[in-house]
Design a binder for this molecule. Structure first.
Ligand code: 6PG
Length: 244
């Protein structure tokens, strides 16, 4: 099932997305005793994580039962300004009572292939399964070129069918990334795209309503096997979709 939620403005998008995450967290902890979430990087989620850490939202979550992962990472040290881990730490992880052992960052400072292998092993030891594990929630962004996590147009990672996490050299950015693969993402119970701003309107319309061309628009690869897909967007990003 795919759900498109259009928030009228930026602030309601931020508050509504933080509420969405808090509700899923409370439900997962009630039903399964823990909440496993993979955070997305980039600029869009930063104010949402900030809102999630604010007392009005944070008090609804038993943070001792939360396991934090990252859907992708830039291959930089954890204190680098480009690090997704650093961004999340500053606005969320350092501000809520998470257990240190429950924060699982991708080691962007080491060899990308090694970092991907280590992260897969960490996932295997937490989920104790040989099949793709079901995260409670995987948060994703969408680049204006249609990439998501670090699944970029025309890259080998798009065709991965076995691995859970892979290293990926991104030519257009002349940099390495480590990323969840589409099969791992698609095994989640809930997947939430967080997309905001007029700059994403054309791409969102092509991804949702255009021809299926995942090699060009990797966000189209995200189709949960059993779970639910949520597009949480603001009106500016949904302008073309709603006009259609
Ligand atoms: C990253 C992200 C990436 C991001 C998109 C959108 O590490 O950069 O995981 O997939 O979500 O690039 O980024 P913005 O939110 O900054 O537009």
């Amino acid at each position: 099932m795919t759900q498109l939620v259009v928030h009228p403005d930026r602030q309601s998008f931020i508050d509504g997305s933080a509420d969405f995450i808090a509700e899923l967290a409370a439900r997962a902890i009630r039903e399964r005793g823990r909440f496993t979430i993979a955070l997305s990087g980039g600029s869009t989620p930063r104010p949402i994580y900030d809102r999630l850490a604010a007392a009005v939202t944070a008090e609804r979550i038993d943070w001792s039962k939360v396991q934090i992962f990252f859907g992708d990472e830039r291959c930089v040290p954890p204190d680098d300004s480009r690090s997704n881990y650093r961004m999340a730490r500053e606005v969320l992880l350092d501000r809520v009572p998470l257990l240190a052992d429950n924060i699982h960052r991708i080691r962007g400072e080491i060899d990308p292939a090694q970092a991907a292998l280590i992260y897969e092993q960490e996932l295997h030891s937490l989920f104790r399964t040989s099949t793709f594990p079901a995260f409670d929630l995987i948060c994703l962004g969408m680049g204006d070129n249609g990439h998501t996590a670090s699944l970029f147009p025309g890259t080998a990672a798009l065709r991965e069918k076995e691995r859970w996490v892979v290293p990926q050299y991104v030519e257009v950015m002349t940099t390495w990334r480590v990323t969840f693969t589409a099969p791992l993402i698609n095994a989640a119970r809930d997947i939430a795209f967080l997309v905001e701003g007029a700059g994403k309107a054309e791409t969102l319309w092509r991804v949702l309503e255009g021809p299926y061309q995942p090699d060009v628009l990797p966000a189209q690869l995200i189709q949960p096997v059993r779970g639910q897909l949520h597009w949480l967007v603001d009106a500016a990003a949904a302008a073309r979709v709603q006009a259609a």
